[in-house]
Design a binder for this molecule. Structure first.
Ligand SMILES: [Zn+2]
Length: 146
């Protein structure tokens, strides 16, 4: 299956719909409504609106099968998570990303296997001497202290 790697910005609500489509791989609006209708307390019209937006954003592709439309993911979950993480880090001063990652690790619920994976990543991580602030002056305090 070919997946586009163009970053597509999806809202929190759209993300819930994407998770169903990623899990089901091929699904109908009815199935998504059955899965999210109760848990999220969303009306069918809301879910259909979200699906329409995802099709428009090309996050989802659709094919007609008789009277029904089948929805397929057009973007991968891994790439979407990666681009959301990159987007989050783009809002933080480059000098504070390490702090933010440490905070994420300290807040997250992790298994021993997760911790082992993170430790392995840290052991292999290439470090740099110094990180330059990449902020717009006035959006960050570190420029004043340099
Ligand atoms: Zn900065």
């Amino acid at each position: 299956m070919s997946m586009t790697i163009t970053p597509i910005k999806i809202s929190d609500s759209e993300w819930e719909v994407m998770r169903v489509i990623w899990t089901q791989k091929a699904t109908t609006a009815q199935e998504i409504i059955a899965i999210l209708g109760q848990t999220m307390d969303w009306k069918p019209a809301t879910i259909k609106t979200l699906l329409g937006r995802l099709v428009k954003k090309e996050a989802v592709r659709t094919e007609q099968a008789g009277k029904k439309y089948i929805y397929y993911p057009a973007i991968s979950e891994g790439e979407t998570v990666k681009s959301a993480t990159e987007n989050l880090f783009s809002h933080i001063c480059a000098k504070r990303i390490g702090e933010a990652i440490a905070e994420l690790v300290s807040e997250a619920e992790l298994t021993a296997a997760d911790v082992a994976l993170i430790q392995e990543q840290l052991l292999n991580k290439q470090t740099v001497e110094k990180i330059e602030c990449n902020c717009i002056p006035g959006q960050c305090e570190c420029k004043h202290h340099q």
